[in-house]
Design a protein around this ligand. Structure first.
Ligand code: FES
Length: 352
């Protein structure tokens, strides 16, 4: 791999040719603030928070879209850079509701984090503010465009991660919006509610509806698990507050799916607390289901299987397993069918 040597904050660093300054800095352990940059998405250079100073360049280029050059001298924390970042943040909060006290994203909001880091409490810029209606027309996602910073992460995620292309920019100037075709609510658009847009949103513009008002982000415990809905094996984190599941959060370390999930994986977990969910075996007696112990249920199943096998022979039995089971469970199904019931009548829903 061809390497390029450059200097960042006076230190010589190497980076693969074609890297951006931001990527080279990260390789060297130097963090540059960013709002629109996301390693899973194409670089856009929209927010400008990642500006740096490059010797010989009178402008401050955005490091997430500026390629490294041999011998380049970069300064990530010079006075000019700090001042530019403060101004960028002041411009962003000029049209941002400063309601962090009640915002569900606080604790996981990059805008709030950077405002804290750069000491931005309010904006000196005054003028018209957006007053969009909050879109909670669907059961999964709350979309508050008053908190959108037009970083375009949701637009890129919808196109590049999901391929759904449901989001785009509409209007121009102050009215510019990242929204659906025709600017309709999510529920009326082609949205498939995979929630990738929520996973990449750096502010409170897009949040999980189930988690609204449930917990501050730092109160949430994350427990990594595997999605039970199909055989793909996606991983995600269950979000728990006081031991109770309140949502699902993407985990970028997931080997199968990264941060991508489908609507079922991300939002279809509420069955956990459905009161109609069976919590004990039921055995039909006199035409009525009655609660039974697991021992009673297993004894009944074993007796009936033995009856069938003895009366009609092994070939009268067949087992159909499921991609929703684990590998171990599927192994046990075929093992039981072949070794005990004495038949190879085993099939699986994922085979067709
Ligand atoms: Fe580089 Fe937004 S992170 S322009």
């Amino acid at each position: 791999m061809e390497m390029v040597n450059l200097y960042i904050n006076g230190k010589e660093v190497g980076a693969p040719a074609g890297s951006t300054i931001l990527q080279a800095a990260e390789l060297a352990g130097i963090q540059i603030p960013r709002l629109c940059y996301d390693p899973d998405l194409s670089a856009l250079g929209a927010c400008r928070l990642c500006v740096v100073e490059v010797k010989g360049n009178r402008l401050l280029p955005a490091s997430c879209v500026t390629p490294v050059m041999p011998g380049m001298e970069v300064f990530t924390e010079s006075p000019a850079v700090i001042e530019a970042r403060r101004t960028i943040l002041e411009l962003l909060v000029a049209n941002h509701p400063l309601d962090c006290m009640t915002c569900d994203k606080l604790g996981d909001c990059k805008l709030a984090d950077y405002c804290y880091q750069y000491g931005i409490k309010e904006s000196p810029f005054v003028g018209e503010k957006h007053d969009y209606l909050c879109d909670d027309s669907n059961p999964f996602i709350i979309r508050d465009l008053n908190k959108c910073i037009l970083c375009g992460a949701c637009v890129r995620a919808c196109e590049e991660m999901t391929g759904q292309d449901n989001l785009s920019y509409l209007y121009r100037g102050f009215d510019r919006k990242a929204t659906t075709a025709g600017d309709v609510p999510y529920a009326e658009s082609d949205c498939v509610f995979c929630g990738q847009c929520v996973a990449v949103c750096p502010t409170g513009a897009l949040t999980e509806k189930t988690m609204a008002g449930q917990a501050r982000r730092w109160e949430i415990d994350r427990v990594r698990t595997t999605c039970p809905f199909c055989g793909t094996g996606c991983n995600f984190d269950l979000a728990l507050k006081d031991g109770k599941v309140i949502g699902v959060l993407s985990n970028p370390e997931s080997p199968v799916n990264g941060r991508s999930l489908c609507v079922k994986g991300r939002f279809g977990w509420d069955y956990i607390y459905n009161e109609k969910r069976l919590t004990t075996p039921l055995i039909k007696k006199n035409g009525q289901f009655e609660p039974a112990s697991w021992d009673e249920a297993y004894d009944l199943i074993a007796a009936r299987f033995n009856e069938i096998k003895n009366e009609y022979g092994p070939e009268s039995f067949a087992a159909l397993s499921s991609a929703r089971c684990t590998n171990e469970e599927n192994y046990l199904v075929q093992k039981f069918t072949r070794a005990y019931m004495g038949t190879n009548n085993v099939d699986h829903c994922a085979r067709t």
